[in-house]
Design a protein around this ligand. Sequence first.
Ligand code: KMH
Ligand code: ZN
Length: 274
Amino acid sequence: MSDELLITVAGVGAEVMREQQPNLPLLPDEVGEEYRRAYDAGATIGHIHGRLPDGKPTQDRETFRAYSAAIRQRCPILQQFSTGGAVGMTVEERIAAVDLKPDMATLTLGTCNFGDDVFENSLPTIRAILSRLQQHGITPELEIFDDGMLATADVLFAKGLLKPPAHFDFVLGVPGAAAATAENLNHFARSIPTGCTWTVAGIGRRQTAMATMAIAMGGHVRVGFEDNIYYRKGELADSNARFVERAVRIAREVGREPASIAQARAILRLPAAA
Ligand code: KMH
Ligand code: ZN
């Protein structure tokens, strides 16, 4: 376990709309400012989805290029592109921007229900995304929404397609996938190979409880509008940074400091910055 805490800000997502969360950033400068505020508050990884100005989700390369530049202009937060995109997107759409060579990109290790929809990640889809990431030398973050996805990780490790240690993100609380419970978090954290690191993304009102458990267990934390729009019951968060600030306060109470960018690179086994 590292004492330093990785905090990922997932500030945009593909599902939440302005009608639900008026502070959702959509334009590049809005995204840049929002991620800069989150970085100033202690976040070291920015998980990025694309949106058109009207809020429609997109994985278009030019949108990612503009977001990436707007963030980079303002702060050195590590950039992690989503390859999950939004449900229903084709694999080619989902990976269209990875040739921009972000610091990391997500790789979901299985199909699951996603509310009324299905988030499709068959083995051929996983292999196609992984191969594109490897072609560009991009470190994947392995997204685990359900127990079976841990078994898929084992298969990929056994076949040598992935090499431990890897970094996992346990996304707990999506309707139709694994619930955000202490039992599931403990089970997931114990199921990954020795030396691997992990983050938890608790969905909805379980975000803070899951983050608190992860902080105590030696894991890492993801917060932001993609997963949760309320600061507390009935109160919309006025920015993603509020969630980061709260994670930092909780971490400091148990003796953990937010990681610096250099520490985050070391924890994630990313190459040192050029
Ligand atoms: N929007 C979800 C369907 C990822 O970023 O890699 C998928 C997702 C996962 O958000
Ligand atoms: Zn995402």
